[in-house]
Design a protein around this ligand. Structure first.
Ligand code: TEU
Ligand code: CA
Length: 548
């Protein structure tokens, strides 16, 4: 298993389609990433996770992979890729590839051969007869709406697709599927890739029989099945686990603590770390993502505290993140995208970067980018959003309700182009961007990053602090002020050193309990000038103090 240290690393996530276009077709490309490597390097990160740029029909923006070992011409060539690896390497940064192994595109040759009747490839997928009365094998729902079973008229059968109808689930019980996936990972390792992110990897094991879910969408039948651990151990042993310097992260959809600890524990030889999403479900407590609810501070705090404490006890390891290409921008979601945008962006960064785990920064987070603010369905691109729009409309929701929800929840919120400068297309493209640029690029862009008060400098400083202080890398987590309605505070402790983090999550000043911040401590970072005595926290104030 990789013996590589995780606590001093940071990862930058790139959504290539929206990062930097270099040929004027309005779509970001690999040469665009190469062009911006110096910018990324300035931040001080170690790894670049790029979401999929393999050949794909782009129904799900590349998560419908049609060939795992090639580059989609829209993004560039294999030579561009090799150059990217080499250029990143010169700057001390490594690539993390996105491996989408729960499903592949129905245009992938495996599925095409299965459709043509090849029994070898048929067994790569989960194909079943329907139930009497023209019903699919079970009532499970796809994550993007509708049945999770796609109909195959030629044979009157169904194939499982937990996501879009163009994404057919792979049959991990079949050893040839596992061989093929190992082969893909080894292919990219040979190209110099040093990191892997495994898409919805806790869903790869499916039950022996397909029963109806009488009280849900079916996810309890395929989430965290015991065999996932076996499959991951095998993948580890046959691919990345043979090397000391490769890191891995599993995207865990609704995984529980016990399984998360096993996926990421050092002793279990599965993955280096996991993304869990429990801290982001705090604004749809009833489980319906599209319902508008204010975020519940107490739930957020309780969630972070429980997972930090329990993961440490079990020796699991977290990938720390506020959002990614599937989630709204965090400053719009639980910060303040208006008056206190800068303060709240820095505050949220402080909370996250002080925690135990490896921090991930999503492109644009380091300049405090906000939600898209799209007002019309023609501006949206995401398949999930388009499906939900139709569903909500057919349920009789008003335009106000539907757009209210999309503007807060759509995945497109995080997918608008990176805001490099204050021009009309934000420096992203010379052509027409595939998705509209947020008009606030006039004010929010990378041009002010030299300013010592910029959000960019703040992120840079947080990453540098992590690299400098073992207490941030390895310290034990101690929750503080569990019941305080406005402040999130915790301590990290290591070898007599004590790091205290205290953050005000709201736009009003709040009292700070006496003695919480050590009087003798040194302020490592804060989003406000620190002088005089501390008896309160200003709006969205964050402070990190070290003692010892
Ligand atoms: O996401 C998996 C996932 O469960 C989500 O975060 C998903 O966006 C959500 O369920 C929709 O409500 C991963 C990828 O990150 C995502 O972009 C892909 O669409 C998905 O897998 C399928 O490959
Ligand atoms: Ca392009």
């Amino acid at each position: 298993m990789a013996a590589i240290k995780l606590g001093d690393k940071a990862v930058y996530q790139i959504y290539p389609k929206s990062f930097q276009d270099t040929n004027g077709d309005g779509i970001g490309d690999l040469r665009g990433v190469i062009r911006r490597l110096d910018y990324i390097k300035e931040l001080g990160v170690d790894y670049l996770w790029l979401t999929p740029f393999y050949p794909s029909l782009q129904y799900d923006n590349g998560y419908d992979v049609a060939d795992y070992k090639a580059i989609d011409p829209v993004y560039g060539t294999m030579e561009d890729f090799d150059e990217l690896v080499a250029e990143a390497g010169k700057r001390g940064m490594y690539l993390m590839m996105d491996m989408v192994f729960n499903h592949c595109s129905t245009k992938h040759e495996w599925f095409q051969k299965a459709l043509a009747g090849d029994p070898f490839y048929r067994d790569f997928f989960i194909i079943r007869k329907g139930k009497a009365g023209g019903l699919p094998p079970s009532n499970w729902l796809s994550k993007f709406g509708g049945s999770a079973w796609g109909y195959l008229p030629a044979t009157d059968e169904y194939y499982l697709h937990l996501f879009h109808v163009s994404q057919a689930d792979l049959n991990w019980e079949n050893p040839h599927v596992r061989d093929a996936c190992c082969d893909v990972v080894n292919f990219w390792i040979e190209k110099g890739v040093k990191g892997f992110r495994f898409d919805v990897i806790n869903l790869i094991s499916k039950p022996e029989s397909y029963e109806d879910d009488l009280c849900g969408d079916g996810h309890k039948f395929y989430t965290d099945l015991p065999k996932v651990h076996e499959f991951l151990k095998e993948l580890n042993r046959r691919t990345f686990g043979r090397f000391e310097d490769i890191i891995t992260v599993g995207e865990m959809a609704s995984s529980d603590l016990e399984n998360s600890i096993r996926y990421s524990g050092r002793a279990t030889e599965e993955l280096s770390m996991i993304f869990d999403f429990h801290h982001l479900k705090i604004d749809y407590p009833s489980g319906n993502k599209w319902e508008i609810q204010p975020f519940r501070f107490h739930d957020l705090k309780h969630n972070l505290f429980t997972w930090q404490t329990e993961m440490e006890k079990g020796d699991g390891w977290h990938a720390l993140f506020w959002y990614n290409h599937d989630q709204p921008r965090i400053v719009s979601r639980i910060g303040d995208e208006g008056k206190y945008r800068v303060e709240s962006a820095k505050m949220l960064a402080t909370v996250l970067h002080g925690l135990r785990g490896t921090p991930y920064i999503y492109q644009g987070e380091e300049i405090g980018m906000t939600n898209a603010g799209f007002q019309d369905i023609s501006q949206y691109r995401d398949i999930e959003t388009l499906n939900v729009f139709n569903r909500l409309k057919s349920e009789g929701k008003t335009d106000g309700e539907v757009y209210g929800s999309l503007q807060k929840k759509s995945r497109d919120n995080a997918r608008t182009p990176m805001q490099w400068d204050d021009t009309e297309t934000a420096g992203f493209t010379d052509g027409t961007p595939w998705i509209e640029v947020n008009g606030n690029c006039r004010q929010i862009n990378t041009l002010d990053r030299e300013n010592p008060d910029s959000i960019f400098q703040y992120y840079k400083n947080l990453i540098a602090l992590r690299k400098a202080y073992p207490v941030i890398q390895e310290g034990s987590f101690v929750p503080l002020l569990e019941e305080d309605p406005r402040i999130l505070a915790y301590r990290r402790v290591l070898d007599g050193q004590e790091l205290t983090v205290a953050c005000n999550f709201f736009g009003e000043e709040t009292a700070l309990p006496q003695g919480l911040l050590p009087e003798t401590g040194r302020v490592l970072i804060s989003n406000y000038p620190q002088e005089g005595k501390r008896d309160g926290l200003r709006p969205y104030e964050a402070v990190m103090v070290l003692r010892g």
